[in-house]
Design a protein around this ligand. Sequence first.
Ligand code: 1PR
Length: 528
Amino acid sequence: MGRKAVTLLDYGAGNVRSVINAIGKLGYSVHLAQNADDILNADRLVCPGVGDFGSMMAALNDKGYTQPLKTYLSQNRPYLGICLGLQVLFDTSEEAPGVGGLGIIPGTVKRFQTDLSVPHIGWNGLRAKQSSRLLNGLTGLEKFYFVHSFHVAPEDAGVVLTTTDYAYEFVSSIQVGNIVATQFHPEKSGQLGLQLFDNFIQTETTPNGTMPMNGPPTHLAKRIIACLDVRSNDAGDLVVTKGDQYDVREEGEVRNLGQPVDLASRYYQEGADEVTFLNITGFRDFPLEDMPMIEVLKQTSETVFVPLTIGGGIRAFTDKDGHIYSALDVAHEYFRSGADKISIGSDAVTIVEDYLRSGEKTGASSIEQISRKYGNQAVVISVDPRRVYVASPEDEKHHIIETDTPGPNGEQYCWYQCTVRGGREGRDLDAVTFAKACEDLGAGEILLNCIDKDGTNSGFDIELIRALRDAVTIPVIASSGAGCVEHFSEVFEKTDVEAGLAAGIFHRREVPISAVKEHLKDSGIEIR
Ligand code: 1PR
């Protein structure tokens, strides 16, 4: 009896590589559907989708996949839809007015209506509404990875498999006969996600009822993110390094704290909720020329099944042969190599300066282009601010904060100056104004670093984080300065940020990720 086969419907979306890796890791063969027949002849069909409803339906129509897909689904054959692979089963979506879905399940797709941050990004639980082999082995205490701004609203509650709570109870998966689909990403939900794939592929098994029905409300966990600042050292080897206030040299040498792929899998094993790679010399390199970072992503996505973010050098570029690449080209290559989110640094500062000057959204900026194609949840903005003290808030055009940490001359006020090129150049723009403009242009998340705190182990800059968190409605990641487990509970107790990121303490094995999670749990803070 040959290896069970899975057919993957790849309509050109972002990260199908992780789905292939996850199913491959379980020992099943995966083949990509190339045409209508591949869909109609599939034993089991997996359909992942990231981006937006309109682009996915357009791609399915353009590739001639819509009709065979409808035929396949109407025959009640094994189907697992993921994220947009769930949403397109419905009739319509608020994300793409006027665009028809596959219309397999009556109902629509709605944008979250809440004061909480949108997109809903992170690890949240499931409440079972019907029994299913997909949930075999689960106990109801598990969390899975979500990254979305829209959720399905079926007309018939009978199709609901699970719900999840985020401001209110929303449908997080459906089951109609052999058709199952999840809003969350099993391919990014660690070992549990792999189990879910296995449950789906084992079509002959029956529900074993381990998952209690109608469990208690679920809660979004705070995320603990491991960040790997990566660059080539003087010998040209790609290493993980770590700066002190962005200075990565020690006795003239680039600090070498290990191999990117090794450290990433170590943090995955230790329970990191996400892993971020920052190519810190990206402002001078060109990702599509400097393939090592692409290779790091491909290798990491083979063994690490939590979300991967990559940043550094994402901008338009003309190579030495005069060939012009757009930021979208760079992002596409990263997504196809295993990234779930990309992070834009210096280029975002230039974009916002132009936007604030003209007041116009051109639609041509990397933020707008990438968020339009891959969804705003896939676009992170990495901010590198530095504190600037001012004697008084009067006639200051920047967003001023009153501070408990007086300046060198006793100043009680400061603003946070955006920098580019790895902190090398300060700009006449403050981080709060910058972040609001990035959200306006379509960014889905802010990675809020702080040069003053970077590598100091003195704790996060709570004043900066609180000011920026309160100014935007998209999730914010606190970064820079973590020195002990208490710094994490402090930032989650004193601000509403959704995630805490660290680098140095993890690389130098001063504080294991498990210790951070243990401490947060003991502090009553929701974690995975
Ligand atoms: O400008 O789009 O090419 O992106 C370059 C990227 O590289 C940006 O995301 C920028 O933040 C990052 N970067 C550039 N130079 C440095 C540097 O360190 N010299 N590192 C740098 C940014 C900051 C954090 C760090 C935290 C936590 N590193 O990511 O990991 O501060 O550190 P800690 O826990 O040890 O305190 P572009």
